[in-house]
Design a protein around this ligand. Structure first.
Ligand SMILES: *Cc1c(COP(=O)(O)O)cnc(C)c1O
Length: 367
């Protein structure tokens, strides 16, 4: 039985009439840029996360950039981040002219190791950018305390973690500002690209919004050089319709993850994800780590089971890093030990026990 890594058609078919109605409603008005649906989504996301402001934008990569820009991070500044993330995290740092400084990750959660951050702070450090990787919040109290002691800003890359909690608060409300992505495969995905910034800082929100609209505070009057990063009206309307189902979908991911945890508990060759008790993980991805990753991957492929390596190469080892001035490749042994060893397996809302049993059967069969 073939099992996809992610089946997005389930979400559509579960609410087909509602989503179709939203889409045709936008076409009936044929107003495709801005407008009430975008304002509504911003209000919905801010309320969901527990922040004052939300600024919708074109994608998660732009959201990260807009935060860096609006916070005044720039040339000569250093931003501490994790090597175990999607490349967009460091692109945002580089695109404002700042330098990424990588700190190694924790073995079980793959999140930045907060205990190693302090040693990486220099007089040039301006901010810390943890990533809530695979849907689990980084240890934000520890990170925020370090930042406070050193006068640094903290931003969340929450692109994989919408709905996750940390000590009762939602991802997106745990630092100065946060970036989300609505890329289709994310936990709250639209029908294309989308993203947003959440924050309690009005000035940061205003600046991000200004940049995203060509630096124009009123039409054809430009106070700064900005760019174009909009969330389409259609996407905003769809996202507002999908948001009420997010917690339910996330808890289905969580249940599926616990089912795998139990199945692999006694298997020495597999390390399952560690969920810290300070919050609830939303399992954007369920990752198994194994020295036999290649064999497991080949077996899954033969059986028609979707899977993917997250990630093949730590960011500090990427070719592009050598383009940074004065770049010296750091040694980050935990992150490096995860390269090509971590496999995402099917863990999506609506996955059936039968499908999970098939994944488990194939994996246990090869080990
Ligand atoms: C998806 C993702 C991004 C980028 O989001 P896009 O909407 O694809 O631009 C950034 N950071 C992380 C951790 C992501 O997973």
């Amino acid at each position: 039985m073939a099992v996809p890594l992610l089946d997005l058609t389930l979400q559509y078919h579960a609410h087909k009439d509602e989503f179709d109605g939203v889409i045709s409603g936008i076409f009936e008005r044929s107003s495709f840029i801005g407008g009430a649906p975008v304002k509504q989504l911003e209000a919905d996301i801010a309320a969901f996360c527990g922040t004052e402001y939300c600024v919708a934008c074109g994608n998660g990569t732009d959201a990260l950039f807009l935060i860096m820009f609006a916070a005044g991070i720039g040339k000569g500044d250093e931003v501490i981040t994790t090597p175990w993330t999607f490349f967009a995290t460091v692109e945002a740092i580089q695109h404002v002219g700042a330098t990424p400084v990588f700190v190694d990750i924790e073995p079980g959660t793959f999140n930045i190791d907060a205990s190693k951050i302090e040693a990486a702070i220099t007089p040039k450090t301006k901010a810390i950018l943890p990533v809530h990787i695979f849907g689990q919040c980084a240890d934000m109290d520890v990170i925020n305390a370090i930042a406070k002691a050193h006068g640094l800003l903290v931003f969340e890359d929450a692109c994989q973690a919408i709905g996750a909690t940390y000590k009762g608060k939602r991802a997106g409300s745990l630092a100065h500002a946060a970036a989300f992505s609505f890329f289709p495969s994310k936990n709250l995905g639209c029908a294309g690209d989308g993203g947003c910034v959440t924050t309690d800082d009005k000035e940061l929100a205003d600046k991000a919004r200004l940049f995203a609209a060509h630096g124009a505070s009123s039409k054809y009057h430009h106070s700064i050089f900005g760019g174009n990063s909009r969330l389409d009206t259609l996407q905003a309307a769809l996202l507002s319709a999908k948001l009420p189902y997010l917690d339910e979908n996330n808890s289905q991911r969580h249940d599926a993850a616990k089912y795998y945890d139990a199945a692999f508990a006694d298997v020495d060759e597999i390390e399952t994800p560690v969920e810290r008790d300070y919050g609830t993980m939303v399992y954007h991805l369920y990752i198994i780590k194994s020295q036999k990753c290649a064999e497991v991957q080949a077996a899954l492929k033969d059986a028609g089971i979707g899977n993917a390596i997250y990630y093949p190469l730590s960011l500090h080892l990427q070719e592009a890093m050598k383009l940074l001035p004065d770049w010296k490749t750091p040694s980050l042994p935990i992150s490096e030990s995860c390269d090509n060893r971590c496999l995402g397996i099917p863990c999506f809302p609506g996955i059936t026990q039968e499908q999970q049993d098939e994944v488990i059967r194939v994996i246990l069969g090869i080990l």
